[in-house]
Design a binder for this molecule. Structure first.
Ligand SMILES: *Cc1c(COP(=O)(O)O)cnc(C)c1O
Length: 364
């Protein structure tokens, strides 16, 4: 049977070299070869995230490192501003609520990017904001926020920490952690990093460490202090998913030795191609302004005369192409095409062909 052409915004398909890497024998996570792996990966990840901050590899999905970002910087009752443009932004706000923050949420409609002027106005209205939570790339709607501008505004208007969900952007979309003044960046192996799920990444600035010292919320597994302590001996505090790390290490070896900017440019080219393909089918993308269209996932509006659920089912059953569904009440009205990580032209072109063919068939 043909493998499924997995066109969702993560987990991403893995090419042969990564599959071979993750098939390597398991190693002792307290031994010398792990320390070497850890050292190389940390160095390469800092290069890719454009940061001098400490980076840590955490055995969890992406949500775990979003939780770490919050749990290690705030205390109960702290004012937190969450700028949400969709499903993942809402999740960030829910995490802050779960830890007892006083959360103020700015919520934009599906397809709309956050507006820097509105964030400025909100920060002027609120007092003593401890942290601002921002999704870089909202995978549910295919919208990429103007993160640099948003960070500039937060820096200019407040003393707040900037915590960023870069889970589906880092590696594939421009992200200048230090230059843009981001305190905490989070990402996960199964997105642009061409690795299996199981390892996620958190970068933590000096200012974030100062906040950590004051943070009073209870935590244990996700207490970043353990990761700092063990990181000094190039280890993780708890047993890491070394198998996923082998895959991630492979991609990082390539990107960390100077290829990260080319990789980001390649994502931009592929995204242009996907958007052109969508236009040529006579369809529109969900983002209201193409300026904010994501370079890792494209959300496409289906014509109202098409049964969207049937479209996704037929793509999978008849053509082995698996697209993502629309978020929430856009289920069946929008479909998503993941184009991150392994940018294999055959798979991406093939998926576009299948979409185009099905659309003309289903429109009759
Ligand atoms: C995938 C993703 C996450 C994390 O999801 P997990 O399933 O926990 O790995 C968070 N934010 C965004 C924007 C994502 O795309």
């Amino acid at each position: 049977m043909h493998e499924v052409n997995l066109r969702i915004p993560g987990p991403v398909p893995l090419p042969d070299n990564i599959r071979a890497a993750i098939a390597a024998p398991v190693i002792n996570h307290r031994g010398d070869s792990f320390a070497e792996l850890f050292e190389r990966m940390s160095h390469n990840m800092r290069t890719c995230l454009k940061t001098k901050s400490d980076v840590y590899f955490i055995t969890s999905s992406g949500t775990g490192v979003m939780e770490m970002a919050v749990a290690n910087t705030i205390s109960q009752g702290d004012k937190v501003l969450c700028v949400s443009i969709g499903w993942f932004g809402d999740r960030f706000a829910d995490i802050a609520l779960a830890y007892g923050a006083d959360v103020e949420k700015m919520r934009y409609d599906a397809g709309v990017a956050a507006d820097a002027d509105e964030v400025r106005a909100k920060l002027r209205e609120l007092k003593n904001v401890k942290a601002v939570l921002i999704t870089h790339n909202e995978s549910s709607t295919g919208v990429c926020n103007p993160l640099k501008e948003l960070c500039q505004v937060v820096r200019a208007e407040s003393d707040a920490l900037i915590l960023v969900d870069a889970v589906s952007s880092a590696g594939g979309i421009e992200l200048e952690t230090d230059e843009w003044g981001i305190d905490v960046v989070t990402t996960a192996a199964q997105k642009a990093w061409i690795a299996p799920a199981g390892i996620s990444v958190i970068a933590f600035s000096k200012k974030a460490w100062q906040a950590y010292e004051q943070s009073k919320v209870p935590k244990y597994y996700f207490d970043i202090g353990h990761y700092r302590q063990y990181g000094e001996r190039k280890q993780t505090p708890f047993t890491p998913c070394v198998t996923a790390m082998f895959g991630l290490a492979c991609t990082l070896e390539r990107l960390g030795s100077g290829d990260i900017d080319n990789f980001i440019a390649a994502h931009s080219d592929v995204a242009d191609k996907v958007r052109a393909g969508v236009r040529s089918m006579g369809l529109e993308i969900l983002p209201h302004d193409v300026k904010y269209a994501s370079n890792t996932v494209t959300a496409v509006k289906l014509p109202t005369d098409i049964d969207g659920v049937g479209f996704l089912r037929r793509a999978l059953d008849e053509h082995r192409v698996e697209f993502g569904d629309g978020p929430g009440d856009l289920k069946g009205k929008v479909f998503r095409i993941g184009h991150l990580g392994w940018l294999d032209a055959k798979q991406i072109d093939g998926a576009l062909e299948v979409a185009s063919m099905l659309l003309s068939e289903m429109r009759g």
